[in-house]
Design a binder for this molecule. Structure first.
Ligand code: SAM
Length: 196
């Protein structure tokens, strides 16, 4: 991808990722419902998170929470390969149809508990988590490669801290708070209940 993340973001039509009445509001800088109690994230926050993760053309990126596939598109446009995990099968399948239609051939999809990561393809250069965890999952830290970085919202429903987690070349893990955010809950082992 020759353009910058911001240029690609400005060209990406968010309405393609919404297939309900909220399509009309796709231009608003707001999260919007996509069904199943889930949301497509606020676009300016998706941009900021992608810029912080800084996907590169040689990167293998793990994304937890495929949702509509909007964030997945921004990652896949810049990374070598994206591995995206979603717990709701219908959302995963719709996202896949959209992203296939857009011509992406570098995305692998999994339906399951993404709080456990996707061990088959570790290590990942970058990890993007798009739902709020109760704590940073140990599995995700393990699956992050040396020199890697992860973006993850951590905290209770209603208000979380968006963390940038870095693993040094020597394996030392550090994190810093980027901003306060509000995301839907990560379910599963490291989330807020099973959701079942
Ligand atoms: N970035 C997405 C987008 O642009 O449309 C929005 C993601 S939405 C805020 C969070 C997603 O995480 C939801 O689709 C939800 O079903 C999913 N999710 C929550 N817990 C999960 C888990 N344990 N494993 C995988 N996906 C999960």
């Amino acid at each position: 991808m020759r353009c910058s993340i911001e240029e690609y973001y400005r060209k990406l039509d968010r309405s393609l990722f919404i297939d309900n009445v909220n399509k009309n509001w796709a231009d608003l800088d707001r999260p919007l419902p996509i069904g199943f109690g889930q949301t497509i994230s606020q676009p300016s926050l998706v941009l900021a998170m992608t810029q912080q993760l800084n996907p590169q053309s040689h990167d293998r990126v793990l994304e937890i929470g495929t949702g509509s596939g909007y964030q997945t598109a921004l990652l896949a446009a810049f990374a070598q390969e994206v591995f995206t995990v979603e717990r709701i099968a219908e959302l995963s399948s719709k996202a896949r149809q959209r992203l296939d239609r857009m011509g992406f051939v570098n995305i692998q999809y999994k339906i399951g508990d993404g709080s456990l990561g996707w061990p088959e393809f570790e290590p990942y250069d970058k990890i993007m988590v798009t739902a709020a965890a109760a704590a940073i999952p140990d599995e995700l830290i393990q699956q992050l490669g040396l020199g890697g970085r992860m973006i993850i919202p951590v905290g209770p429903p209603g208000m979380q801290e968006l963390l940038l987690v870095k693993k040094s070349r020597q394996g030392q893990v550090t994190s810093r708070i980027l901003e306060q955010v509000v995301f839907v809950e990560l379910k599963g082992r490291y989330g807020w209940g099973t959701g079942d």
